[in-house]
Ligand binder design. Sequence first.
Ligand code: MRU
Length: 368
Amino acid sequence: MATRYGITTAVKVNGVSQRSIWADPAQGLAWIIDQSRLPHRYATRALASSGDAAEAIRSMRVRGAPLIGVTAAYGVALAMTDDPAEANLDAACAELAATRPTAVNLRWALDRMRAHLAGSLPGERAAAAWQEAAAIAEEDVRVNRALGEHGLALILTLQDRVRRPLNILTHCNAGWLATVDWGTALAPVYLAQLAGIPVHVWVSETRPRNQGLLTAWELREQGVAHTVIADNAAGHLLQRGQVDMVLVGADRVTRRGDVCNKIGTYLKALAARAAGVPFYAAVPGSTFDWTLEDGMAEIPIEERGGDEVRIVHGVDPGGAPLAARLLGQAAAVANPAFDVTPADLVTGLITERGVCPPDAAALRELFR
Ligand code: MRU
């Protein structure tokens, strides 16, 4: 694919181009990278039923708003392969919709699958579902690529001002692992790297699930300069002028531009504002929830299990999985998985249609 910057491919794992999810309709399987094993072990896993797809989303073997949506779409295809009856479609969609509450891409993908299958005969449903799931996956790649080019233009402008490697702070993982390919927040970074524009990424660890380690793994595979920091270091770096731009993904953005993303994003936005550093969210169209206005009041925030806070996971010196308890089972913990950054702390939203201020009228016009 020829592009504005003449970039054609993105190198991924061990130098080989790789997607986060792919389908084998002939075998009735969808394949994923099991992200619960990363960054310590690269393992793939077959999903053979919509129940497998729901489990993979619930347990965060797949994660990231766009990939959650695509996995749910393939979950519907798996359900229709198993039994194309209307009752099974209802049951599969209900199970998939209940897996995680915050990322709106899940509802978006299920609605789109249902609309596509409406009126099709049971005998045609499986093929139609695989086709539509694949179309959603391909669209995700195209959208992220387009979004990446708009973000790249922004990076070029900022880097031109500083005339040294641009320091970008990101949070969680909004890279290709969180989508089908390219990522959202990391798409402009990969395009910058491929275009030879010097960037350095501050990667915040993202307790308690440590998705920052996935970001570091991606960036290492791609050869992008990066440094992992504890979440609490971000304010200090911003204050000292060591960050030129904050760039994150999103799980749901309201029509006025409130940005819901991984817990800890809001604190970074506050610190960025105090330091006079621009804060951007990279948001594909499927992540906007046009039904909502006030993100703080209206977006459901997932509360995850307390053991994610009580117990940390890693590997021993030999690489074997290891769990270490930080707190006793009786310790009271809270584990909200997302927070909302109000639109007035957001400098701009990077979308596949261009960069837009977080403003209801401007967004409506952009996505008319
Ligand atoms: O809980 P997760 O890992 O699914 O949360 C992911 C995020 O918060 C990402 O930043 C967001 O989904 C954007 S992914 C392109």
